[in-house]
Design a protein around this ligand. Structure first.
Ligand SMILES: [Zn+2]
Length: 352
């Protein structure tokens, strides 16, 4: 029998993922600098309340409160010896939050970056990183997650280490990069390169999360879709507008109406799993759910259409959009397409 996420995707044109766990916890009293994962044990009812608000707003997929749950991140809070406890609790808290809801909800085990730079640029070896991700993955699966959800990554090395670690746990894997630097990740990776990584690493779905606003995120999905197989499963999880520093705290300026329009455009762009990231509340998610229910998937939006509805797209993402539309036409004409891109010189450089 196929896994729950695959089964739901066979039945439905799209699935709604959840909103921002971190921002939900900040609203409930989490202090900046404190490890959110500790709340799985210290304040499980507050974590449950955030999950529950997303499920009640229509989410089909919820991410566990375990983004910083590798030993490297937990070490900053002297909790590196509690990886199994905190991650398995995160899974159980999420599962319990769906009790009695009357429909199937995918529990996705969130795995974020280690916070360390990998070799050759940094000190952490790929094997050490993979071992840390494997430790977290096992705990999440022991706690009952349906899939592992590797998110907000920026380097090929860390993505491959995370996937290798997660594969040992034996459940499907979803990976998303944060394309937050002029159309690329902080480490210079493009959406087209992620499309290649998805195929090479056999992950169930891949996509884009967090970053610098809904317009930029939709642009990254258009670029990703242009480089992916037509049936590739793509994920969009945008921050709720642009982050702004107001009165000592980060606020996001996206309205429910903007996030509803983002959800429609993300579907048009080719994403089948659509949610929000930082700043996305249950109220935003409810607007996105209503928008998707009423929307028929349209044509892939142009840069101009994205800008008119969601705001500015960076020059870098625009250049990739121009490349993608030109490249897709050239590929179709030559009968080339996917395999040709797998050997792109840019990817080989990035991986060497
Ligand atoms: Zn985010």
């Amino acid at each position: 029998m196929s896994d729950l996420l695959s089964r739901l995707l066979e039945q439905r044109p799209w699935l709604l993922a959840d909103g921002g766990m971190g921002s939900g916890l900040f609203e409930r009293g989490l202090e900046s600098g404190y490890a959110p994962e500790l709340w799985n044990v210290e304040h499980p009812e507050r974590v449950t309340a955030v999950h529950r608000s997303f499920v009640e707003a229509g989410a089909d997929i919820i991410l566990t409160n375990s983004f910083g749950g590798t030993r490297h991140r937990l070490k900053l809070h002297q909790a590196e010896g509690r990886v199994h406890e905190l991650n398995s609790r995160a899974a159980k808290v999420a599962r319990n939050a769906t009790a009695g809801i009357g429909r199937e909800i995918v529990i996705a085990g969130s795995m974020g970056p280690t916070g360390e730079i990998l070799e050759p640029l940094g000190p952490l070896s790929a094997d050490e990183a993979a071992a840390a991700f494997a430790e977290q993955a096992k705990a999440l699966v022991d706690g009952g997650v349906d899939v592992l959800w590797i998110e907000t990554l920026s380097s090929v090395e860390e993505l491959e280490a995370a996937v290798r670690g997660a594969q040992s746990a034996g459940v499907p894997i979803v990976t998303t990069f944060s394309f937050d630097t002029n159309g690329r990740t902080m480490m210079g990776i493009t959406p087209a390169q992620l499309a290649v990584l998805q195929r090479q690493n056999h992950v169930l779905a891949c996509g884009s999360n967090c970053g610098t606003g809904a317009a930029e995120l939709v642009a990254s999905i258009v670029n990703l879709a242009a480089a992916s197989a037509p049936d590739a499963l793509l994920v969009a999880k945008a921050n709720c507008g642009i982050p702004r520093y107001v009165d000592g705290a980060i606020k996001f300026d996206g309205t429910p109406a903007l996030m509803a329009d983002y959800a429609r455009l993300a579907l048009d762009a080719g994403a089948r799993i659509i949610g929000g990231c930082c700043g996305t509340s249950a109220q935003h998610l409810r607007a996105m759910h209503a928008a998707l229910l009423a929307h028929e998937r349209g044509a892939r939006p142009s840069a101009e259409q994205i800008e008119a509805r969601l705001g500015p797209v960076s020059a870098g993402a625009r250049a990739l959009l121009a490349d993608a539309s030109g490249g897709a036409r050239a590929g179709e004409a030559a009968g080339a397409g996917r395999s040709a891109r797998a050997g792109s010189p840019r990817l080989r450089r990035a991986k060497s």
